[in-house]
Design a protein. Structure first.
Length: 524
C-alpha cells in the first residue's frame, strides 16, 4: 500500500534512496519473534530508523542494522512514553530527513494499533508509506492457548472488539446486543474493564455459563491462561493476579482448550534462560530454547571483532602452501579466517596441502558446509586430550596454523610446540567484553527472575562475572548454571560458580537437551 507522496525506495528491492524518505508501518506480531513476516524482517534489516512499541519483542531489534537509530515509543494502556501526535511528528520528521523508517507495532498496525492515524499523518505530510500486516494477538494468543476462534462444530464467525472502551459510557460504539450473535468474541486490551464486559454481555443475552478464557502474554514463555465463565471469570482472574497485556476470549470454543492446548506443554515452558553468547550468534540458542516453550533472555557478554592487527593472519595466509595442518578451535575462527581470505582475494585451494582439524561438532559442521574435509575432531576438548590426538596424527616437524581468538589460552599451541611441531598461533579475531544491561541482570538475579544462565565458552563466563560483579556466585544461587562443555565448566568453577548442567554433547543442541533433562528430571 502506498500512502502518497513521491515514491521512495524500499531498500530490499535494491532501489536508490531519494531526498524524501519512506515509512513502513510494520506489524511485529503478538510476541513470539518467529511470527513476524518475512517482509517485516526485510524492512527492519534495511531501515535507517526503527521506532518500536512496548509490546514488541526486543529480539526483533536484532534484525536491524547495527548503525540504525532505534527509538522506543513505549506505548501502554496505563501510560504513553510518547503521545500519539508526538509519534506522528517523529515519523514525519525522520522521513523528511531522507530516512527509511520502520515503525514496528505490536500485532497488526491496523488492528487497534492506531496505525491508521499514523498513515493519515504521513499522507497529510506527503510522505510515502507502506503497511506490512502482522499476525494479530486476537487470533495468535487463542491459538497458542489451544483455542481456535472458529470451529465447524461451534461457530463459523468471530468478532474482535476493543476492551479499552468503557462499556458503560452512554455513547458506546459497541453494539452489545449484536455481539451476542457474532460467534466467538475476542477482546483486546480488556483487563481494566473485564467485570463490566461480563455484565454487559450477560445483560445483552449471553448465558452466565458461557466459557471465557483470559490469556496473558500470549505466544511468549510468560503466557498464562485462566478459564472460567462469564459468571466467575473476574473472580478467577483476580485470584491468579493476571494483568495486561491480555486477550479475553468468550465463546464455546474455549472448551476445546482442554484437548488442544499445546504451547504450554513444552518442556522448557515458563523457564527464563539467559543466553550469554555474542549477539550475532545468540539466535541459534535462543530459538532452540523458545521452540521448547522457554523464554530466552539475551545478555551478550562478548562481542566478536576483527583482531587489532591482521599482520599475523595475513602472513600465514601468504604462506598457505607451507602448512601441513590447520586447526580450527571455534566457529568464530572459521568465519574470520574465510572472511580475511576473501578480503585478500585468495582461494582456500592455496591450503590444498594442509589437513584440517576441528575442535567441536559445531566447528566441524561449519567447515563441512564450506566444502572442507575435516580429518580429525577429538572426542574430548581439553587441551591435553586435543594435543595428544593431534600428535598421534602429525608427522614430525609438521607446520601447524591455528587461527584463534587473541585471548585464547596458549596451552594447546604450547604443548604442540614442545613436542617439536612448528606452530603459528595467530589472532583471527578478538572478543570484546559487553557491559550493557548488567544492572538489570543483577536485579533479575537478585529477584529470582532467572531460571538458568547458559555459558558457551570460557570468555562468556569471565565476562559475565566481570559484568555482574564479584558477588555473582551468590546472585546465581537460585539459578542453574549450564555449561556447553568441560573447559567452560572448569572456568566457571574457577570463578566460584556451581555448575548444575554440562552438555554431554558439546554443542548447542546438546546444551539444550541437557537443560531439558535438568528441568524435567528425565532424558529426552
Amino acid at each position: 500500500m502506498d500512502g502518497g507522496g513521491r515514491d521512495t525506495p524500499f531498500h530490499p528491492r535494491g532501489e536508490v534512496a531519494t531526498v524524501k524518505g519512506k515509512v513502513y508501518l510494520v506489524g511485529a506480531g503478538p510476541g513470539d519473534p518467529g511470527l513476524i513476516t518475512l517482509k517485516g524482517v526485510k524492512c527492519l534489516a534495511s531501515a535507517d530508523v526503527v521506532v518500536y512499541d512496548r509490546l514488541v519483542n526486543p529480539r526483533l531489534l536484532g534484525h536491524a542494522r547495527a548503525e540504525a537509530e532505534v527509538i522506543y515509543a513505549g506505548k501502554s494502556p496505563e501510560r504513553h512514553a510518547l503521545k500519539q501526535n508526538e509519534i506522528n511528528r517523529l515519523l514525519v520528521a525522520k522521513a523528511l530527513e531522507g530516512k527509511v523508517v520502520a515503525r514496528l507495532k505490536g500485532g497488526d498496525p491496523f488492528v487497534f494499533g492506531r496505525g491508521g492515524e499514523e498513515a493519515e499523518a504521513l499522507r497529510e505530510a506527503g510522505i510515502s508509506f507502506e503497511v506490512v500486516p502482522g499476525v494479530t494477538a486476537a487470533v495468535a494468543a487463542p491459538a497458542y492457548a489451544g483455542i481456535p476462534v472458529t470451529h465447524r462444530n461451534f461457530t463459523s464467525s468471530f468478532a474482535v472488539i476493543t476492551g479499552n472502551e468503557d462499556p458503560n459510557k452512554p455513547d458506546s460504539a459497541i453494539d452489545w446486543e449484536k455481539l451476542t450473535g457474532s460467534g466467538t468474541l475476542v477482546f483486546l486490551m480488556g483487563m481494566a474493564h473485564l467485570p463490566e464486559i461480563a455484565i454487559r454481555l450477560k445483560t445483552a443475552g449471553l448465558p452466565g455459563g458461557t466459557p471465557v478464557a483470559v490469556i496473558q502474554w500470549g505466544t511468549t514463555a510468560k503466557q498464562r491462561t485462566v478459564t472460567g465463565t462469564l459468571d466467575d471469570i473476574n473472580e478467577l482472574v483476580s485470584a491468579t493476579g493476571l494483568t495486561n497485556p491480555a486477550v479475553v476470549v468468550v465463546g464455546n470454543v474455549v472448551a476445546l482448550r482442554e484437548e488442544l492446548a499445546w504451547f504450554e506443554q513444552g518442556p522448557l515452558f515458563g523457564r527464563r534462560i539467559v543466553v550469554t553468547r555474542a549477539r550475532e550468534q545468540a539466535s541459534v540458542l535462543s530459538e532452540a530454547i523458545e521452540a521448547l516453550g522457554g523464554e530466552a533472555y539475551e545478555f551478550p557478554t562478548i562481542r566478536v571483532e576483527p583482531p587489532a592487527d591482521w599482520k599475523g593472519l595475513d602472513r600465514a595466509l601468504g604462506e598457505a602452501g607451507a602448512y601441513d595442518w590447520v586447526v580450527f578451535t571455534s566457529v568464530n575462527g572459521v568465519k574470520m579466517f574465510f572472511s580475511r581470505l576473501n578480503d585478500l582475494g585468495q582461494d582456500i585451494r592455496t591450503f590444498s596441502k594442509a589437513k584440517v582439524a576441528a575442535i567441536g561438532p559445531g566447528t566441524r559442521a561449519y567447515l563441512q558446509e564450506r566444502g572442507l574435509a575435516v580429518v580429525y575432531m577429538p572426542e574430548e576438548f581439553r587441551a591435553d586430550a586435543v594435543a595428544a590426538g593431534l600428535k598421534e596424527r602429525m608427522d614430525a616437524g609438521a607446520r601447524v596454523l591455528m587461527p584463534r581468538a587473541d585471548i585464547a589460552p596458549d596451552s594447546l599451541p604450547r604443548s604442540l610446540a614442545e613436542a617439536g611441531f612448528l606452530v603459528d598461533n595467530v589472532a583471527a579475531y578478538r572478543t570484546v567484553p559487553e557491559r550493557r544491561g548488567a544492572a538489570l541482570m543483577r536485579e533479575m538475579l537478585a529477584g529470582c527472575m532467572i531460571d538458568a544462565v547458559t555459558f558457551t565458552s570460557s570468555s562468556t563466563v569471565k565476562n559475565f562475572v566481570a559484568a555482574v560483579g564479584p558477588d555473582t556466585p551468590a546472585l546465581l544461587s537460585n539459578a542453574a548454571v549450564a555449561s556447553i562443555g568441560p573447559v567452560t565448566s572448569d572456568t566457571a568453577r574457577e570463578a566460584g560458580l556451581r555448575v548444575d548442567v554440562q552438555a554431554r554433547q558439546y554443542t548447542i543442541p546438546g546444551l539444550v537437551e541437557s537443560l531439558v533433562e535438568y528441568f524435567t528430571g528425565a532424558a529426552t
